[in-house]
Design a protein around this ligand. Structure first.
Ligand code: GLU
Ligand code: MG
Length: 421
């Protein structure tokens, strides 16, 4: 078969989808410098495809410039086209970062944390999804049978993640029907968000090659099990030493980690518009689903918004310090990992800068995307994280998405989102 080797450069945009363009790989040396052409209104493409509203019109040019540290070149060795893609930054034609670039948003958050504390954050994403290539059988949850019955899919995903230079950590059959989960090792914030995008795409890529799908939609079936994206994080000083834990602090948290968590809790109801950014996200954030419903922090509780994770004291003090982390559970795969992690870090940095304490009451999380967007619209903090142009674009994108399918019954809404994610 006559074939030309192609490479794709793209970004995981505010719809949480990787979009960009492909070109002959022979052009790579030039494309590494110039990137690919993009336009402002590309940001306004909803997860369904159409642009429903845009402040940018049809004018303007941007470039997505590939980041050499976010290159994936994975051959599944089945004769299919290689997964050769590079995640990149959206830049103005003069080379400066575009204010609505999701990776620039995360970089600004990292800088805000550094400025407030001198600290760095390590993160690891845990992602749940439904694999369609396996029958739903009774007793599936966490079973060896469900682990076995997915066939070679798990091996393919884990090998692809490793081949993409991300460190795979675990693959398991989750609680829901046909639900599985992938975790990867912690890394600094930007590479951790890259890794979340890459591992999601490797799961989709492996499933595609087996003529199946990996569905990451937050609630694939109305009334079913939710697919969460849990973001584990820890704080480290400039030398890399962990500073999240203090056995004498509240829930074992150091003073600075408690302030960071307080900042997240303080801003959380508004933050939902970024970390749980689809109408079906709010079908997941309901009681009795091992998912959060209020802005709370709890020790080792899987319904908390922030879960202080267990450490195994038996492993010794050094291991205990290194393992100690907090899990943010209000996130799902409708969110770009760059945006979700950026929002968490901005809020945490604010908590440190203002030496915030845990809120006295646990605010309820919004019950719909519309309610979350109203809270975001009223948040001066969120406005400052985004800047005016990005804030308006984000609000208009998400408001138009919320209105688009507003009249659909839950079953159909879930089905539409399951087609996309
Ligand atoms: N599936 C649950 C969620 O939507 C989480 C289950 C778990 O604790 O891993 O977040
Ligand atoms: Mg899980």
């Amino acid at each position: 078969m006559l074939r030309e080797d192609l490479t794709f450069v793209g970004t995981c945009d505010i719809a949480g989808l990787v979009r960009g363009k492909g070109f002959p790989s022979t052009e790579l040396p030039t494309r590494r410098k110039l990137g690919i052409g993009w336009t402002h209104s590309n940001l306004m493409q909803t997860c369904f495809g159409p642009i429903l509203d845009t402040p940018f019109g049809t004018a303007g040019d941007l470039m997505i410039v590939p980041d050499p540290t976010a290159e994936v070149d994975v051959d599944f060795r089945d004769g299919s086209a290689r997964e050769h893609f590079i995640l990149g930054d959206i830049r103005n034609t003069d080379g400066s970062p575009w204010e609505c670039c999701v990776r620039a948003f995360l970089r600004r958050a990292i800088a805000a944390l550094r400025e407030a504390s001198g600290l760095e954050l390590l993160a690891a994403f845990e992602q749940e999804f439904v694999y369609t290539g396996v029958e739903d059988v009774p007793g599936h949850a966490y079973s060896l049978n469900a682990f076995r019955r997915q066939g070679v899919f798990g091996e393919m995903v884990m090998a692809a993640i490793r081949a993409a230079s991300v460190h795979p950590n675990s693959f398991l059959a989750e609680y829901g029907p046909r639900q599985y989960e992938i975790t990867v090792a912690p890394d600094a914030a930007l590479p951790a968000a890259n890794a979340a995008v890459i591992s999601r795409e490797m799961a989709r890529g492996a499933a595609f090659r087996l003529e199946n799908r990996a569905i990451f939609s937050p609630m694939p079936v109305a009334g079913g099990a939710g697919n969460g994206v849990h973001v584990h994080f820890s704080l480290h000083d400039a030398s890399g030493a962990p500073v999240t834990s203090d056995p004498s602090g509240p829930m074992g948290l150091s003073a600075v980690a408690a302030q960071f968590a307080a900042g997240v809790l303080h801003h959380l109801p508004a933050l939902c518009a970024v970390t749980a950014p689809s109408p079906v996200s709010y079908l997941r954030l309901v009681p009795d689903r091992w998912a959060p419903t209020v802005a709370d922090i709890k020790l080792q509780d899987r319904e908390a918004a922030l879960r202080v994770c267990p450490v195994f004291d038996a492993a010794g003090e050094e291991q205990r310090q290194a393992q100690f982390n907090i899990e943010f559970r209000v996130c799902d795969a409708a969110a770009s990992p760059y945006m979700a992690l950026g929002a968490i870090i901005f809020a945490g940095a604010d908590g440190i800068a203002r030496e915030l304490k845990f809120p006295e009451t646990e605010a309820p999380l919004p019950a719909s995307l519309g309610a979350a967007l109203d809270l975001m619209d009223a948040s001066e903090a969120m406005k400052s994280y985004f800047g005016p142009v990005f804030f308006e674009a984000y609000m208009r994108h998400k408001r138009s998405e919320a209105a688009y399918l507003a009249d659909l019954p839950e079953e159909e809404l879930c089905a539409r989102y399951a087609e996309v994610y």
